[in-house]
Design a protein. Sequence first.
Length: 258
Amino acid sequence: MLFYRKKKRLTIFTAQRKLAILLALFILSVAGVFYVVNYRLTPTYLEYAEVQTNKIASMVISKAINSRTANVLDVNDIIEEVPSTNGSTNMVTTKFNTEIINRVLSDTNSLVQSHLEQAEKGNLSSLPYLDDIEYDKQTMEDQGGVVFFVPMGQATNIPLIGNLGPKIPIRFHVIGNVQSTVVPTITEFGINNAYVEVSIHIKVNVQVIVPLASKMSVVEQNIPVAMGLVQGQVPHIYTGGDGSSAPSVEVPIPLPED
């Protein structure tokens, strides 16, 4: 009888031990599969998160610019003629009005910075509405940064699960202040004319964060300030080259009246 009881206890202990081993192996297998899947999908998550982050940040910048009262200026509003120093009326020198350009640059910088800060604080009115993105307002208010969810099926481009898959949290923070520079572009147009465009190049550094990974990204956007055609005096002789060839067009010089 005593031997039977010991044998029964040993059998129960052995069964429990096997069950514990099987349970540990199952947990390790699940953890291993999760690690491998996450390791394989992390680059895909980051790439998708970077695309969505650039889309949201660009729309926030555009929304900030659209909120200003002044529209795109005419190029003549920022270009001034400088009187010729030799008294010639045929030579005209122009320059940009830096006071107006710097004022627009400062206003644009402040608007973009303010809208991005409001977005990070959870102000949904500063964020664009997108059908495939769900913002986490509470987390944004508590921890800062722009936080949104996307279904795993969209991030991994798996049509089978589509919008039904688990939602992945994505967060991005603006790092540092908004950087902006004035970029003038002058393009030759016709005879002695030029198409002038002055724009502000906005650059924002952001940190994109997905589960178990993060990445630095840069959002860039050009904002037009002024554009237009600057017309100069048509010369009497036009070569259309570098001066090494004969004139292509000769215009008769009008004679002075007696």
